[in-house]
Design a protein around this ligand. Structure first.
Ligand code: ZN
Length: 72
């Protein structure tokens, strides 16, 4: 069995910081204001029919969109 060892995987985000990254480990699009993020979420709904939440990120202090993201 071959294992890739040359490429180290992207740093796994920890805990709440995970909300800053996509599943692929790349940073999500960020928005400076909640209304910008909500506008983008609404556009995604209009174009793709996907329901996205917006939340403020503890990592970059900007806003992101997320699918099925829990708001507590
Ligand atoms: Zn962030």
């Amino acid at each position: 069995m071959k294992r890739r060892r040359r490429h180290t995987p992207p740093t796994r985000p920890l805990g709440r910081v995970a909300s800053h990254f996509t599943r692929e480990g790349t940073p999500k699009n960020s928005y400076r204001t909640q209304s910008e993020a909500q506008g983008a979420a609404q556009l995604a709904w209009t174009l793709h029919g996907v329901d996205l939440n917006t939340y403020r990120c503890d990592y970059c202090f900007q806003w992101h969109m997320g699918k099925n993201f829990r708001e507590d």
